[in-house]
Ligand binder design. Sequence first.
Ligand code: GMT
Length: 377
Amino acid sequence: MKIGIVCYPTYGGSGVVATEVGLGLARRGHEIHFITYKRPVRLAPFHENVFFHEVAEADYPLFQYPPYDTALASKMVDVVKYENLDLLHVHYAIPHAAVAYMAKKILLAEGRYVPVVTTLHGTDITLVGKHRTFAPVVAFSINKSDGVTAVSDYLRRETLSHFDIKKEIEVIYNFIDFDRFKRVNKDHFKKMIAPNGERILTHVSNFRKVKRVEDVIQVFKRVYEKVPSKLLLVGDGPERQNLEELCRKIGLCHEIRFLGKQDAVEELLAISDLFILPSGNESFGLAALEAMACEVPVISSNIGGLPEVNIHGETGFLSDVGNVDEMAHNAITILENEEILQKFRANALAQAKQFDIKKVLPQYEAYYEQILSTAVY
Ligand code: GMT
């Protein structure tokens, strides 16, 4: 198949998943065309079967806001027409689903039909999509997509309960590539971070408010009082400054490292003993899955799709959002006892295997086939 993939190219779950879907499908022989404003971060310079079409910035002195949507729709029309695409797969509803609908209509006016699959990732429904600024367009464009997938059952239910959706929503979970995410020996690196054998706790995110990184620090503070440990904060984003201030205030700067954005997250996970994800909202929690694939148990909130990933008492523990005391208590339970830690590590890996890319990519292929064979125009 020839597939166009539209996504955000920056650090963030939806762009990562979109890129990995594209690269994985290319490895399985499909021709993949990424359409976005910048080369996606996980898209290495050259791949057979993979093409990148950059959407140029549509600037003009009249525009207070350069109309990206219009430029993107024109690019989609162009790529579908001249690269002869079979299907457009857009990731993150806003604005991609609406823009794809426009592109589809333009092409139809020329007698060319292309079906559109929209994948909902989370905040495009839960935080941003529900807001009245976007809601009517989100609902309309989901209903106008030929196929709709959600990354967890929670997100499917949430979408159906908040919008008047007439379509079936297929759940296709986030996935993991075990060729990349696996526990490898990085003892020399571990010694550098934790020279006295301290436990290493890790958090990876885009440091947005919804991630509640301040709770990570509060959990760490409580763990540190009982178990010699270090905290790695990986990523960057709007909350970074506040978090650095919090570390100074509680006097733990020397035990907490801000590592910024990192490409080789798997190397940091390989030296980690525990992953903390206390999000206020999380449709799936790809970061938790990446940790589990590297045999790192997870302490998380019980919100959204997290219980579909992190199994309470087996792969880690779930707590109510904001309950940092309980999260710390659970973290200590795992970290204090090597035998318990090893048991949770093994369970985390076994659960991660449910989401192996080798199982999930064929689900996308089958879904595309289904849409191509049933879409009406
Ligand atoms: O929250 C992020 O890290 C970014 C966000 C996105 O859309 O870029 O991630 C969402 O999509 C991921 C991939 O499907 C999910 O694993 C995350 O749970 C989801 N984030 C939220 O729902 C907050």
